[in-house]
Design a protein around this ligand. Structure first.
Ligand SMILES: C[S@@+](CC[C@H](N)C(=O)[O-])C[C@H]1O[C@@H](n2cnc3c(N)ncnc32)[C@H](O)[C@@H]1O
Length: 278
């Protein structure tokens, strides 16, 4: 139950309002030749840059059973976040709204020799058809979720032991704020932060613990400087015929990607004997 005086915004209200402020104006969206929000599958693919000792991976492994554990990964992408949990996990369940990400997730699980299931759709809408797991993880998704309360409640309800989430300490689009000012004369907001999410979790009575650590290494695709201009062009809704100008500007104003991430963990609330798929 969310508590708060009738005239006072709750932490969940503040989270929603801060994220809504990031909406792009029509004049920018109309100029876009592809969705400014689309992700490259290759950026989220499992490769030789996977960091097994990140705080988020360690915090999830600490609570997984030593053998035979299951992990639910919501917004799983290509499986980079769940990869360091295999072993001890022997089954992974990937949920994603993007079918191509799930194809990559299945390939990664096959290469790792682990059992896997996938659920294609939007969380929490697909909760009813998603199996319960020992641990639920959700990394680098929550800055996309304005209506965060049902999302968090559903994650908690599908985890028997714990939920572990990772997110940058600031909105990832802050990396492009200076560029939006330059190319579109558009002021970007700067909230919310991981602390605003912790406040929502406390408001829900979920008892979160959290810490901040350096961001884990990018994938080979993410770190490849040749991919910077195409990604910047898409995020900034610029036409390809401005690539030269964009490359020149980026060389002098490299985007300030958020260098620290927060790991937040709280107890799961699923029935310990499991939950049938509805
Ligand atoms: C930035 S990627 C992160 C991927 C992965 N968790 C990682 O850390 O490498 C975000 C992923 O979440 C998915 N996603 C975002 N919101 C979602 C939602 N409400 N339900 C299901 N998938 C979602 C996107 O399709 C994308 O694959």
């Amino acid at each position: 139950m969310i508590e708060g005086a009738a005239d006072e915004p709750t932490a969940a209200d503040r989270w929603r309002d801060a994220l809504t402020a990031w909406s792009l104006p029509e004049r920018v969206l109309e100029a876009a030749t592809e969705s400014p929000f689309r992700h490259d599958v290759a950026r989220f693919a499992v490769d030789d840059t996977i960091e097994r000792e990140s705080t988020s991976a360690r915090w999830a492994r600490e609570v997984l059973p030593p053998r035979g554990g299951t992990v639910l990964d919501v917004g799983c992408g290509g499986g980079r976040s769940v990869a360091p949990l295999i072993p001890p996990a022997t089954e992974v369940i990937g949920v994603d709204r993007t079918g191509a990400m799930l194809d990559e997730f299945v390939d990664a699980a096959t290469r790792a020799g682990v059992a896997r299931r996938t659920v294609h759709g939007d969380w929490p809408d697909v909760m009813a058809t998603t199996p319960t797991a020992d641990v639920a993880i959700c990394h680098h998704v929550l800055f996309d979720v304005a209506d965060v309360v049902p999302f968090l409640i559903a994650l908690t309800a599908r985890a028997r032991l714990a939920v572990v989430v990772e997110l940058p300490v600031r909105h990832p689009m802050t990396a492009w704020s200076e560029a939006f000012e330059h190319f579109w004369e558009l002021d970007r907001p700067d909230g919310p932060t991981h602390l605003d999410l912790v406040a929502v979790l406390r408001e829900l009575g979920l008892d979160p613990e959290y810490t901040v650590s350096p961001r884990r290494p990018l994938s080979r695709f993410g770190a490849d400087p040749d991919n910077l201009v195409p990604v910047a062009r898409r995020r900034l809704a610029l036409p390809a015929d401005r690539d030269g100008e964009l490359a020149h500007w980026l060389a002098e104003h490299p985007p300030a990607f958020v260098a620290e991430v927060a790991t937040i963990r709280w107890p799961g609330a699923a029935d310990p004997v499991g939950h049938p798929i509805a």
